[in-house]
Ligand binder design. Structure first.
Ligand code: NDP
Ligand code: GDP
Length: 325
């Protein structure tokens, strides 16, 4: 029997990597897309899999559409990756962020409960839920208390708990992957890593003279999206659903990212290309994210393969390639 999976957020960063993984395992993959005059398949095209996905029209804020989809396709697995995922925008669009990320997850779980309760459900939870809380050793673990510091993080905390509630109340197989930041050549352009990789490539090619950034002292535990989607799939292959941190365990500052990126294209005096612009500073910041993923490594046998420097170079090289074309 061919396994079926529904991926929400199929046009984003993680959706295409996950779809590629599932296709390689023989799954039939359905991708939820919103109605657009001009839909953007750039990320799926980048991985060369657009024609292999069956697209299905819907919206996380439209519960009727989600119920219809669950009723029609009855997937074995649902990966809920759709979100207003940009923390900075969540202060400006707090209601939308809440509707998509929090209520959208509720609608999807409810559709599963009504039409296919044996569906296994993956929720894209986030290290943002921890805020500036740490456990011993200054690291975040599954036991670290949550203290969300943005409308985005708060909406994701609701989604995290409603997934657990559907597991406890209705026996739905609902697993939360608490993923730390993960990046790739198809990362959204407004996120700091891609902004830097694209900016460095432009400067190298003489197409730009500076990169405007906010707080470059904050630190993130950055991994590669291609590695992290493997953990998502593994979480749904277990006998019991669990809530697991997925991270590299190593944290770097944005300064570190800048240095590796600029050095890679032969620029040593990188600081002269950086402008600090207050518009990119946030009302409330997370200073350091660093996750302990020992539990996932033990249970899933997972570990990240791509290291920090390799990731930075991969992103810069991809942007150089794109811009040259
Ligand atoms: P992206 O922002 O790249 O992709 C999100 C996708 O969600 C987009 O394709 C977008 O569709 C879709 N979407 C937004 N609103 C709706 C809606 N109302 N109905 C249907 N689809 C919608 O995110 P990533 O791929 O980077 O991340 C995947 C998930 O993992 C997200 O939930 C994110 O919050 C979470 N996460 C990500 C981390 C990371 O570092 N990348 C870390 C931890 C969690 P469209 O293309 O139409 O705009
Ligand atoms: P996040 O961790 O999900 O918020 O991912 P981002 O890539 O958006 O931001 C990571 C960190 O980079 C945060 O601490 C931001 O404040 C910081 N940062 C500094 N300058 C910028 C910028 O120009 N854009 C973005 N997106 N983040 C920036």
């Amino acid at each position: 029997m061919v396994k079926t999976a529904l991926i929400t957020g199929i046009l984003g960063q993680d959706g295409p990597y996950l779809a590629k993984l599932l296709l390689s395992k023989g799954y039939k993959v359905y991708g939820l897309i919103r109605r657009y005059t001009n839909p953007n398949f750039e990320n799926l095209d980048y991985l060369g899999i657009t024609s292999e996905i069956e697209f299905i029209l819907g919206d996380m804020t439209d519960e009727c559409s989600l119920m219809n989809i669950l009723k029609i396709i009855r997937p074995d697995e649902v990966y809920n990756l759709a979100a207003q995922s940009f923390v900075a925008a969540s202060w400006d669009q707090a209601k939308l962020t809440t509707e998509v990320n929090a209520l959208g997850t509720l609608y999807l779980l409810n559709a599963i409960k009504l039409f296919n309760p044996t569906t296994k459900f993956y929720q894209a939870s986030t290290s943002e839920m921890f805020g500036n809380n740490y456990s011993a050793g200054g690291i975040q673990t599954e036991e670290t208390p949550f203290h969300p510091r943005s409308p985005y993080a708060i909406s994701k905390l609701y989604a995290y708990w409603i997934a657990i509630n559907f597991k406890e109340s209705y026996g739905i197989f609902a697993a939360n992957g608490i993923l730390f930041n993960h990046e790739s050549p198809i990362r959204g352009r407004e996120f700091v890593t891609r902004k830097i990789s694209e900016g460095v490539a432009k400067i190298k090619l003489g197409l730009a003279t500076e990169i405007k950034l906010g707080n470059i002292d904050s630190k993130r535990d950055w991994g590669f999206a291609g590695d992290y989607v493997e953990a998502m799939w593994l979480m749904l292959q277990q006998e019991k659903p669990d809530n697991l941190i997925i991270s590299t365990g190593i944290t770097h500052s944005i300064r570190d990212f800048l240095e590796v990126a600029f050095n890679h294209v032969g620029i040593k005096d990188w600081e002269k290309y950086i402008r600090i612009d207050p518009q990119f500073k946030r009302p409330a910041e997370l200073f350091v994210l660093q996750g302990k993923s020992d539990k996932a490594r033990n249970i899933l046998g997972w570990q990240p393969k791509v290291q920090f420097e390799e990731l930075v170079k991969m992103m810069v090289d991809a942007d150089l390639e794109r811009l040259k074309k």
